[in-house]
Design a protein around this ligand. Structure first.
Ligand code: NAD
Ligand code: UFG
Length: 345
């Protein structure tokens, strides 16, 4: 039976973990990626874990002709999972057109090429950023979406609007948009994980690289937020839990269980942790003392963000299983593995 799924951005952090889950669920995977923020080495890591290497095609999906050609060759695919995007929030503020160009063209070309070839199921990597500064906590899918604080975030909000419009007019086309909160962690094997290029923007890789001695000191952005310890709160979700949610969403699409042609789901853990709690938990599970200092707030950061994932539980049958300790320990295991192999690519 045909089980082919096209995964764009499948060499990246979340995409590679989703490819592992797809292979373990007997799907045949075709990865499309231009490697702008990832490495082909991840394909070997996927093989090490699953025993299978997915077919890989290097392509820039913002190029419509190149994209179209590939989809023609794989017109027997059942669905597309679309991870491909640029994601550096700060860079997107400095170079907005790069983000609008890349993220929106990748999306438009993928949608066009897949429907030209009769592939009418689509999963989109969205983000909690579409809620802007929320009026209520926890955030539900009914919470209103707002102008995100960065052009990157806006590509997710506009992306969802494009897909929703498309679902209204394109008969048989259906889509699920997954709104990730803060993905962290790595595969339990320590074989694959997040590999940020250059200095990391996100908290978790900053913590592990500081603990590993690659970076000198972690800056905690803001100690004067109106929270229990003055630092900002986020909803962290294990990347393996997140990857598994894609299988649930895919099965919902393939089994035609959707209640609307466009659906959105929050993917988080229903819990908020402050930056200081993250540091303390890291120190407790790793037994490594972290060098950090509390500094000014980072522009654009909000105080608190955590999800209600009731809808995903009810409709997708998915709930994050892994604890914050497991998330942090798996990140640390991956970082140590990278150090021992001196193989940071
Ligand atoms: P990542 O950078 O590791 O993966 C994205 C992949 O897309 C990379 O392999 C990159 O090379 C590829 N890509 C980018 N532009 C491309 C293009 N023009 N053509 C082909 N491939 C291209 O990022 P990630 O953390 O794995 O994120 C995956 C998706 O999830 C992204 O859409 C991201 O915006 C979204 N997301 C991530 C987070 C997070 O915190 N990591 C949070 C919310 C949403
Ligand atoms: N933080 C620090 N020091 C650092 C890095 C982060 O104190 O060196 C703090 C941040 O201020 C924030 C928390 O740690 O309070 C988490 O920061 P991240 O950068 O890891 O994550 P964000 O919540 O800022 O960003 C995430 C995703 C983005 C998305 C954004 C908005 O990474 O893709 O949420 O929803 F756009």
């Amino acid at each position: 039976m045909n089980r082919k799924i096209i995964v764009t951005g499948g060499c990246g952090y979340i995409g590679s973990h989703a490819v592992i889950q797809l292979i373990e669920n007997q799907f045949e995977v075709v990865v499309l990626d231009n490697l702008s923020n990832s490495s082909e080495a991840n394909l070997g890591r996927i093989k090490q874990i699953t025993g299978k290497q997915p077919l890989f095609i290097k392509v820039d999906l913002s190029n419509s002709e190149a994209t179209s050609k590939i989809f023609k060759r794989h017109n027997d695919a059942l669905a597309v999972i679309h991870f491909a995007a640029l994601k550096a929030v700060g860079e997107s503020i400095n170079i907005p057109l790069k983000y609008y160009h890349n993220n929106l063209n990748c999306l438009l070309n993928t949608l066009n090429s897949q429907t030209e070839n009769g592939i009418n199921k689509f999963i989109f990597s969205s983000s909690a950023t579409v809620y802007g500064t929320p009026d209520e906590l926890p955030i539900t899918e009914k919470s209103i979406t707002k102008q995100p604080s960065s052009p990157y975030g806006n590509t997710k909000k506009i992306g969802e609007e494009i897909i929703e419009d498309y679902c209204k007019t394109e008969l048989n086309f259906s889509s699920i948009s997954l709104r990730y909160f803060n993905p962290i962690g790595a595969h339990e094997s320590g074989i694959i994980g997040e590999l940020p290029k250059g200095i990391p923007n996100n908290l978790m890789p900053y913590i592990t690289q500081t603990a590993a001695g690659i970076l000198d000191k972690l800056k905690v952005f803001g100690g004067d937020y109106p929270t229990q310890d003055g630092t900002a709160i986020r909803d962290y979700v294990h990347v393996v839990d997140l990857a598994q949610a894609h299988i649930h969403a895919l099965n919902r699409l393939l089994n035609q269980e959707q209640e609307a042609s466009f659906e959105t789901f929050n993917l988080g853990s229903n819990k908020g942790y402050s930056v200081l709690e993250m540091i303390q938990t890291f120190e407790a599970v790793s037994k490594v003392k972290l060098n950090y200092e509390i500094t000014e707030r980072r522009t654009g950061d909000i105080t608190q963000l955590y999800a209600s994932t009731k809808l995903a539980e009810e409709k997708l049958g998915w709930k994050a299983q892994r604890t914050i300790e497991e998330m942090i320990l798996s990140s640390w295991k991956w970082e140590q593995n990278l150090l021992s192999k001196k193989n940071r690519k």
